[in-house]
Design a protein around this ligand. Structure first.
Ligand code: PNS
Length: 170
């Protein structure tokens, strides 16, 4: 069985992520979306929320699982019988960091490979950072995030609205 891992922070999931998940799922018997537990010091969404949003956005994909991970990615690969990582490349600016990560990972685990998928051009400007910025200011994210995921995001943020137009989140 070919197990492929797509790691990231997914704070929150975007249509760009979904593009890579859908295409990665075609390359695998089982695609594990590995959600980093400590995304950064101040994620907008908790681990549980990021997982719930991802699950909502990927229900149509039967060979995709959403799993939390902590520690080294290579250890997660070994624990899950995977030797392949898939990542998306939006622009040349992504490449330097991704190349370093891929080389560091292979240095730790020479049997693994990282496959880079070029993001579809209509999603190349989308990032979680852009989505969070728009959310903080009450803007429209319907073209940036899958609708099923937006329903969960609205449910999560709905309970926290203080009427100031801000989400009150990082
Ligand atoms: O969505 P992101 O934040 O760009 O994802 C980064 C991620 C999760 C792929 C990366 O930070 C990661 O793999 N972290 C786990 C620690 C690790 O294995 N680092 C690489 C070896 S130095």
């Amino acid at each position: 069985m070919k197990v492929v891992v797509y790691p990231g922070s997914f704070d929150p999931m975007t249509k760009g992520h979904l593009d890579i998940i859908e295409r990665g799922a075609k390359l695998a018997d089982r695609l594990i979306v590995a959600v980093l537990v400590n995304a950064n010091k101040m994620p907008m969404f908790t681990l549980e929320e990021r997982i719930e949003i991802l699950k909502a956005g990927t229900t149509h994909l039967k060979n995709v699982e959403i799993v939390p991970f902590t520690g080294l990615l290579v250890d997660f690969l070994k624990q899950n019988g995977a030797r392949t990582v898939v990542k998306g490349l939006r622009a040349v600016s992504d490449f330097e960091y991704e190349l370093q990560m891929a080389q560091a990972n292979r240095d730790l685990y020479p049997e693994m490979e990282t496959i880079f998928l070029c993001t579809n051009v209509q999603y190349s400007f989308i990032s979680s950072t852009v989505v969070k910025d728009i959310l903080r200011h009450g803007g429209d994210i319907s073209h940036l995030v899958p609708q099923e995921a937006i329903n969960i995001i609205e449910k999560i943020l709905g309970g926290k609205d203080n009427g100031s137009g801000s989400t009150g989140r990082n």
